[in-house]
Design a protein around this ligand. Structure first.
Ligand code: HEC
Ligand code: HEC
Ligand code: HEC
Length: 102
């Protein structure tokens, strides 16, 4: 086989692998930054909804220790829906990149 043909096939293979990989990563939405909430909210017990189930001493722990979106489902949870609503006009307006690694 001619060298250029071989190279082209390799290049296509690499591109395809990258595409599949990035789709898998993006499936649950783009990942969150480290300390995505703590950058602005120091006291988590203050932003926990009033009618939140009692979580005892865990009140004040980062929300995401309990609330994560299942990456396999790629569906908004009530938590992510609430968080998006609050920060997209509800109480303030943030760019997606404030919380997500884009
Ligand atoms: C760039 C700053 C910033 C980041 C990052 C941020 N928030 Fe907020 N958030 C705000 C502001 C400003 C408000 C509106 C004022 C307030 O209620 O403190 C708010 C309000 C809220 C409220 C409503 C609180 C209330 O008084 O009803 C919740 C819940 C909340 N944020 C959760 C989160 C979570 C969870 C994250 C991380 C995924 C997060 N925030 C990341 C700035 C931020
Ligand atoms: C120790 C675990 C834990 C922590 C930490 C936690 N939560 Fe929750 N949260 C729960 C549980 C359990 C429920 C009930 C969910 C259910 O019924 O599926 C809930 C429910 C909610 C709901 C109602 C919507 C829903 O998913 O049912 C909101 C909104 C919410 N939490 C916001 C927050 C915020 C904001 C924080 C951070 C300040 C936070 N939670 C921290 C465990 C936690
Ligand atoms: C205040 C922080 C914050 C901002 C701003 C934000 N998001 Fe999110 N986003 C979250 C959190 C928290 C989750 C759920 C946690 C997880 O994915 O593990 C999430 C999840 C998602 C998901 C996965 C599906 C879901 O709802 O769980 C998508 C898609 C998404 N965000 C898109 C966006 C887009 C597009 C924007 C800008 C218009 C945006 N987000 C802005 C915090 C934020």
């Amino acid at each position: 086989m001619n060298i250029w043909k071989k190279l082209t096939i390799y290049a296509c293979g690499i591109l395809l692998t990258c595409a599949v990989f990035s789709m898998a990563v993006m499936a649950g939405g783009s990942p969150l930054k480290d300390n995505a909430c703590g950058a602005c909210h120091q006291d988590y017990s203050k932003i926990m909804p009033q009618k939140h189930p009692d979580v005892g001493p865990a009140k004040g722990t980062a929300c995401l220790t309990c609330h994560t979106t299942d990456p396999a489902k790629n569906e908004p949870t009530k938590f992510s829906t609430d968080v998006h609503k609050v920060h997209q006009g509800g109480k303030t307006k943030l760019e997606c990149s404030v919380c997500h690694i884009l």
